[in-house]
Design a protein around this ligand. Structure first.
Ligand code: SF4
Ligand code: SF4
Length: 154
């Protein structure tokens, strides 16, 4: 070995040239959460329960979404609409309780595909982190979009 090789000079020069080469390249780091990367067009995030044009809940608690769910993440309880509640619920049956366990959900979108009422959609919203398991059980109140006809309640 020459003196230069024994002093690691070629290795140092090679390492520095690699470093200098990367300094002027476009950075691959995303400064999350200030910066967000664009998602794939097929990304599926948190669910919403939709309403019709009049603001009535679309879901009729038919259970098809729960049946289609491979992760058994959806549970619901059906109830019957009472006279005078036509503006709240689109059809005679509605979901008195509707829950999705997001820790089970694999965001496959089968529930959306199975719904005959266009009631459930997966949005581009990323599920936020949380501190306890209970917070990942999204209830109907969390999923249902606000009623555009009535801003102070359902
Ligand atoms: S996205 Fe898939 S796993 Fe999640 S609730 Fe819907 S059907 Fe179940
Ligand atoms: S979200 Fe759709 S499929 Fe699921 S219970 Fe409601 S109407 Fe049926």
């Amino acid at each position: 070995m020459t003196f230069g090789e024994r002093a690691y000079l070629p290795g140092l020069a090679k390492g520095l040239s690699i470093t200098l080469g990367h300094i002027f390249k476009k950075t691959a780091t995303t400064r999350y959460p200030e910066e967000k990367r664009p998602f794939s067009p097929v990304f599926r995030g948190l669910h919403i329960l939709n309403r019709d044009e009049e603001g009535a809940e679309r879901c009729t608690a038919c259970g098809l979404c729960a049946l289609a769910c491979p992760a058994e993440a959806i549970t619901m309880e059906a109830a019957e609409r009472k006279p005078g509640e036509e503006k709240l619920y689109r059809e005679e049956k509605y979901a008195a309780k509707y829950e999705i366990n997001m820790l089970r959900c694999i965001f496959c979108g089968f529930c959306e595909d199975a719904c005959p009422k266009d009631a459930i959609y997966l949005t581009e919203t990323v599920m936020p982190a949380n501190y306890n398991r209970q917070s990942f059980i999204y209830k109907k109140e969390d999923l249902l979009i606000p009623n555009p006809k009535n801003t102070d309640s359902k």
